[in-house]
Design a protein around this ligand. Structure first.
Ligand SMILES: C[S@@+](CC[C@H](N)C(=O)[O-])C[C@H]1O[C@@H](n2cnc3c(N)ncnc32)[C@H](O)[C@@H]1O
Length: 222
C-alpha cells in the first residue's frame, strides 16, 4: 500500500517543509496522501485531516486505513479548522487552495481559538493571491521563515513556512508578490519562476500601479 503514497513534486515540496512535530493537521486533505506520508516517514506521531466535502474525507480515511494508520489519525468533514483547536506541537498544512480561502481559514481559526500557541508552524501552498496571503501573514503576526518553489507539469508553485509569533510587520510590494525568502535565498527554480512572474507582472501592470512600479526595477531580480 505504501507505494501508493507517492507525492507529486508540488506535494513533495510541501512535505519537505513540514517540521517534525506531534500532530500534523492537513486542511483540505482530499486524497489523504500528505497525511499518510507524514506518518509513514515519522514526520509526525498523529495526523488530523479535515475536508469540507464528504467524498474527499472518505478518500482520506480510506487511504489512511489501507496504510494501517487509522489508529494514529482522525478525519473530519469540517470547514477549515473549525472544531479543531490548534494546540502545542501541531503543524497546520493548507495546500492546493486559493490564497483567499487560506486566509479565511486561518482568520476563522484565530477568531475561534485565539491565541494559537506561540511558534505554531503553518505550511501554506496557495494557488493564487500571493500578495494577499503574505500581507495577511504580516498583519496577523506570522513570520515567514522559509519559502520554496516547486515545478510540476510546466507550472510553478510556491510554498511558505510561517510561524505564529504575534509580531506584526510589513514587507515591500515586491516581497508581498514574490516572497521575501524567495527573493533573498533564490531557491531552486528561482530563475524560471522569476522569468514566468515577469510575464504575469506585465499583464497585471496594466491595471495595478504596484506591479508597474515593481517592473521598473525587474533587472535587479535576475
Ligand atoms: C485541490 S484539493 C488539494 C488537496 C491537497 N491539499 C493537495 O494539496 O493536493 C483542495 C481540497 O480542499 C478541500 N477544501 C476546500 N475548501 C476547504 C475548506 N474551507 N475546508 C476544508 N477543506 C476544504 C476541497 O474539498 C479539496 O478536497
Amino acid at each position: 500500500m505504501e507505494e501508493k503514497v507517492v507525492l507529486s513534486p508540488r506535494l513533495q515540496t510541501v512535505f519537505s517543509m513540514i517540521p517534525e512535530c506531534g500532530t500534523v493537521v492537513d486542511v483540505g486533505s482530499d486524497h489523504g496522501k500528505l497525511g499518510a506520508c507524514c506518518l509513514l516517514n515519522n514526520r509526525s506521531k498523529k495526523v488530523i485531516a479535515t475536508d469540507i466535502h464528504e467524498l474527499p474525507a472518505q478518500r482520506t480515511e480510506e487511504m489512511l486505513k489501507e496504510c494501517g494508520l487509522s489508529d494514529v489519525s482522525c478525519v473530519y468533514v469540517a470547514d477549515g479548522l473549525s472544531g479543531v483547536p490548534v494546540e502545542e506541537d501541531m503543524t497546520v498544512v493548507i495546500a492546493g487552495m486559493g490564497g483567499l480561502e487560506i486566509c479565511k481559514i486561518i482568520q476563522n481559526a484565530l477568531s475561534e481559538h485565539d491565541p494559537f500557541p506561540m511558534n505554531t508552524w503553518f505550511v501554506l501552498q496557495p494557488q493564487r493571491s500571493f500578495y494577499e496571503v503574505r500581507s495577511f501573514l504580516a498583519e496577523s503576526g506570522f513570520a515567514i521563515r522559509d519559502e520554496k518553489i516547486a515545478s510540476e507539469r510546466g507550472r510553478f508553485y510556491t510554498v511558505i513556512l510561517a510561524q505564529y509569533d504575534r509580531n506584526r510587520y510589513s514587507l515591500s510590494d515586491e516581497e508581498y508578490f514574490l516572497g521575501p525568502v524567495i527573493l533573498s535565498k533564490r531557491p531552486k527554480w528561482y530563475n524560471e519562476y522569476i522569468a514566468h512572474e515577469e510575464q504575469v507582472m506585465r499583464k497585471r501592470a496594466l491595471g495595478d500601479p504596484k506591479c508597474a512600479e515593481i517592473l521598473k526595477n525587474w533587472e535587479k531580480l535576475i
